[in-house]
Design a binder for this molecule. Structure first.
Ligand code: G3I
Length: 449
């Protein structure tokens, strides 16, 4: 046994370098009722930013099942849709809109007027005020017209303010003056009168200098009759730091006669994630959800990526991450159950729900192969386990170790040995097997049951 185990380790290491076939599978179902059904019953939106390139497999399944709204993470930004002047690339944005149509979801358009992620030709050009104005009007009109009738809400203007409440110095404020915001909203209304028009920003979740500047702007736009339907609070938050004035702030915007949406929620923590941090994160997610649920004009909450494998946080904040409601392996975290609970669903995480199984072929020769399955838990645990899969190309298990495996036709079931049924939160168990194959040896998806 000892030599087999150490042999396996060597093989795994070798094959990882070669790029092993790895398939991650979610464990038991996340919850009885998907978040989107819970949200709909409360008249709320629950959304996620999505990356169109990933909208297949488990990522696509969860995005379609759990959310009733999607926001393209980057695909509708100016640099994505018009990388060279007059040359448009709509494919990724179209993909998100088609996915939403197929899954009966709203789309949140993001974003038309921003200082960041503008194409080089625009950012580096020299423009007169008249030229810049017409470039911006064309951009808003072209993009909104393309998706007219299919976008529920647009983040028309993004991140217009500095932290102290002064206007941010940008290509727009510098070139057009502060009234670029009113102009953009007016052009946006003309392009798609059915879309809700939002101003969106970060660090405006609590009552502070920046959110008060935003409040004063919205108030004055309303007084002037400029079209403005909503305010987006991005909510890129830090563990344990949900502003205590969040609900009060949402309410004061609502009282101006506009909708409010939490548009980019994530709650980052210093890595590694621990049980205590995940519990705090769940409490924080709940606090944000509860604040939105409590205010009727808060239309809903969008998370900025639903899985830790698809979050901007680790790229930008060194040492931070785990900011979303699902693990990197698509297991729902305590935060997921907190969202469900706030929307009226079950709050108890089933024991195996934070656990996933990953199948890999660690060595393969002409007629045989060695496979392994690694069961890991994060935000859940197991006291016994059974891993199931179906071979798709006639493979057969001939011998297993660290599990009791049986095969009937194409269906394989492996249950724990007497000594390795327990998988603690944060721990993992691996078992291995030899098998036969011919023709091809595709990796199956493993489910835990
Ligand atoms: O497309 C290039 C690729 O060609 C290149 O190889 C790669 C190398 O770094 O970069 C790719 O571009 C990245 C881009 O996302 C597309 O994936 C940029 O580096 C990266 O900086 C960019 O990050 C995006 C960020 O906005 C930019 O500000 C994040 O994905 C996106 O989630 C994030 O979203 C913003 C919201 O729009 C507004 N509010 C804040 C939020 C988080 O920053």
């Amino acid at each position: 046994m000892r030599s087999l185990r150490s042999g396996l380790v060597t093989l795994v290491t070798g094959l990882t370098a070669l790029g092993a076939l790895l398939v991650a599978a979610p464990g038991a179902q996340a919850a009885d009722t998907p978040l989107r059904d819970l949200a709909a019953a409360k008249g709320k939106v629950i959304g996620s930013a999505v990356n169109p390139a990933k909208l297949t497999g488990t990522y696509g399944d969860i995005a379609g099942r759990e959310f009733n709204s999607v926001t393209p993470d980057n695909a509708m930004k100016w640099e994505s849709v018009e990388p060279s002047r007059g040359s448009f690339n709509w494919a990724p944005a179209d993909q998100v809109v088609s996915f939403a149509t197929a899954h009966n979801q709203q789309v949140r358009g993001h974003t038309l007027v921003w200082h960041s992620q503008n194409p080089g030709w625009l950012a580096n050009g020299t423009w007169t005020q008249a030229q810049l104005s017409s470039i911006l009007q064309d951009h808003i009109t072209t993009e909104m017209t393309r998706y007219k009738g299919r976008i529920a809400a647009w983040d028309v203007v993004n991140e217009a303010f500095n932290e102290d409440g002064t206007y941010r110095s940008t290509i727009w404020s510098n070139g057009l003056g502060q009234d670029y915001i009113a102009q953009a909203l007016t052009w946006a209304r003309a392009a798609d009168p059915g879309a809700k028009l939002y101003i969106n920003d970060y660090n405006v979740e609590g009552v502070n200098a920046k959110s008060t500047a935003l409040y004063n702007l919205v108030k004055s736009l309303k007084e002037r009759g400029v079209p403005i339907d909503g305010v987006g609070l991005q909510a890129h938050l830090i563990l344990g730091q949900v502003p205590s004035s969040l609900q009060q702030n949402i309410q004061r915007f609502a009282d101006l006669g506009v909708d409010v949406a939490i548009t980019e929620l994530d709650i980052r923590m210093q890595l590694p994630a621990t049980d205590a941090k995940l519990a705090q994160q769940a409490a924080d997610y709940k606090a944000v959800m509860d604040a939105c649920v409590a205010v009727s004009r808060c239309v809903g909450v969008t998370v900025w990526g639903f899985t830790d494998s698809d979050s901007w946080v680790p790229d930008v904040f060194d040492g931070y991450g785990a900011a979303t409601p699902y693990t990197e392996n698509f297991a729902p975290k305590p935060a997921y159950y907190a969202i469900a609970g706030s929307l009226g669903g079950g709050t108890t995480q089933p024991p195996g729900d934070g656990c996933t199984a990953v199948y890999s072929v660690v060595n393969q020769w002409s007629t045989g192969f060695t496979g392994q399955v690694r069961i890991s838990c994060s935000g859940g645990s197991l006291s016994s386990w059974r891993a199931n899969w179906t071979f798709g190309a006639g493979q057969r298990v001939t011998q297993a170790w660290n599990a009791n495996c049986t095969q009937s036709g194409t269906a394989v079931t492996c249950s724990n040995a007497s000594y390795n049924g327990t998988v603690p939160d944060g721990g993992s168990v691996t078992f291995g097997f030899n098998g036969t194959w011919s023709g091809s040896n595709p990796a199956p998806v493993v489910t835990l049951g």
